[in-house]
Design a protein around this ligand. Structure first.
Ligand code: TMP
Length: 204
């Protein structure tokens, strides 16, 4: 099964991913965790270009960079892991492009969907968990982290509001989405995510 966790920066995606992976492994499931942009040497190289505060990256270039990374990621890591029967939990996937480059930057959604389709070759998540997070909470968490903000984290609050609304709109329009409140405790979020994953398992 292919599960994706989405949400704005500081929504707690990586904590949730780690908690869910640990719980599934404790039940004997083989789990691969990965993230976008990233997941391959090419993806990691693109990630550092993408997030650099030293570079100007126009929206169309953003969309192409993340999808170049995604194409490699799907072919080299995600599909092989799924074919081995593993559960793949990915921190961000296609919805991030639609939310950030579409709702956030204003690029056309159908153009973006076409580009993402080219990258993923028909692969869809069986479940997308959206961690819905108020951008002011996200800002507080990022500030508490103390490290320098990357290029996207540096964007104004209004941008992050649009991205948040984008994730919610995509969830409303999707059939395989579950929205969780990022302000919940990590324990409650792991329990809710496991229930959603079990729901997909029993759906077959
Ligand atoms: P993060 O996953 O550590 O939050 O950092 C990844 C950043 O990349 C985040 O700001 C969202 C952004 N991003 C896009 O803008 N479009 C995409 O398609 C993906 C996967 C990520």
């Amino acid at each position: 099964m292919f599960a994706v966790i989405e949400g704005i920066e500081g929504s707690g995606k990586s904590t949730l991913q780690a908690g869910v992976a640990e719980a599934l492994r404790a039940r004997g499931r083989r789990v691969t965790t990965t993230r976008e942009p990233g997941g391959s040497p090419l993806g990691d190289a693109i990630r550092s270009i993408f997030l650099s505060t030293e570079l100007e990256v126009i929206p169309v270039a953003e969309a192409m960079l993340v999808n170049a990374a995604r194409a490699q990621h799907v072919a080299a890591l995600i599909r092989p892991a799924l074919e081995r029967g593993e559960t793949v939990i990915c921190d961000r996937f296609v919805d991030s492009t639609l939310a950030y480059q579409g709702y956030g930057r204003g690029l056309d959604l159908s153009m973006l969907r076409g580009l993402c389709d080219l990258a993923v070759g028909g692969l869809e998540a069986d479940l997308t968990i959206v961690l819905d997070c108020d951008p002011t909470l996200s800002r507080r968490r990022l500030d508490a982290r103390g490290s320098a903000r990357d290029r996207l984290e540096n964007e104004r609050l209004g941008f992050h509001e649009r991205v948040r609304e984008g994730f919610l709109a995509l969830a409303r329009g999707g059939t395989r989405h579950v929205v969780l409140d990022a302000a919940e405790t990590p324990e409650n979020l792991v329990a809710a995510a496991l229930a959603a994953i079990d729901g997909v398992g029993s759906r077959g």
